[in-house]
Design a protein around this ligand. Structure first.
Ligand SMILES: [Cu+2]
Length: 301
């Protein structure tokens, strides 16, 4: 395709240059060749090792997403997901039709008010130092809580990744058990000899970076909305002076997310505002984000 455009461009340039001179040389015969559709890259039967990232954002910013979210591999390929976020996540494949394990579960034999993390959420299915797990499309495979901060005794490496070798063709959905409602991904596994080309690590990185840039743009928008600076959004860090006792009631947002597109994958773990000055007798309500585009109520601070 490039060759075709190059030759057409060369012809056009020749005609333009010719037209700008007093002695016009007419090009009578030009050989233009068009290459056919780009041939699929030769299918490699060599198993590959591929890498994806889990989450994004540091400190008070958390993006609940896999980068990239969708991946196509081939039977025999090995995929590693590595945490890239201060927020904790999991990479978990559930058996078909299995319910999502709850995050906290009661502790057997203890007070009903005592809870613990569900073991499928907390712990990896691969034993430390064990062989890479082979995913055949059935059973439960999980990373446990991924974090780049070591959680064990001194010298213990962080549980910051999960590696799986895919042994069966199919389309497999996985999710984060910490954020099961908003953080999912798909691995499509082609047969080892399928004629379709699969993305290279470079393609995967490029797609991941593109999706990450889009997510960070939504994060920027979420902050603008939370601070009341986004177009069409009033500053809803406000106080109400309608209390019957004459005291003011203030609302402080606990956390923020991008609301116009209802994207709950970008989260800001801050209070808006962080600092507030009130008078004795006033009431402060910390609550979830209140969203309004009305310029009349609530009253801007
Ligand atoms: Cu998560």
């Amino acid at each position: 395709m490039h060759k075709y455009f190059f030759i057409v461009g060369l012809v056009a340039l020749t005609l333009i240059v010719a037209a700008c001179t007093t002695e016009v040389e007419v090009v009578k015969e030009v050989e233009v060749t068009r290459e056919g559709p780009v041939a699929a890259a030769p299918v490699s039967s060599e198993p590959r090792e591929l890498n994806l990232l889990v989450g994004s954002g540091r400190d008070t910013e958390a993006i609940l997403q896999f980068f990239p979210e969708n991946l196509t591999v081939r039977v025999g390929d090995t995929v590693t997901w590595k945490i890239d976020s201060d927020e904790i996540h999991t990479v978990s494949f559930l058996p078909d039709g299995a319910p999502v394990p709850p995050f906290p579960v009661p502790i057997s034999g203890e007070d009903p008010g005592n809870f613990m993390l569900h073991p499928q959420v907390a712990f990896p299915t691969r034993l430390p130092g064990g062989d890479v797990e082979i995913y055949d499309g059935t059973g439960f495979f999980g990373s446990g809580i991924l974090s780049d901060i070591p959680q064990g005794p001194p010298g213990t490496p962080p549980n910051d990744r999960i590696t799986l070798t895919f042994a069966q063709p199919g389309t497999f959905k996985y999710l984060c058990l910490v954020h099961p409602g908003s953080m999912t991904g798909i691995v499509e596994v082609l047969a080892a000899d399928a004629p379709r080309a699969t993305p290279s690590q470079g393609d995967i990185d490029a797609q991941g970076q593109k999706e990450s840039a889009q997510a960070h743009a939504r994060m920027d928008l979420a902050r603008q909305q939370a601070e009341g600076q986004a177009e069409g959004i009033v500053n809803f860090i406000y106080h109400s002076d309608v209390a019957s006792d004459g005291n003011d009631s203030w609302h402080v947002k606990a956390g923020a997310t991008e609301l116009v597109t209802a994207d709950f994958n970008t989260q800001i773990l801050e209070y808006f505002p962080q600092d507030i000055t009130i008078k004795s007798g006033d009431t402060v309500v910390w609550g979830p984000t209140i969203f309004t585009v009305s310029p009349s109520t609530p009253r801007p601070l």
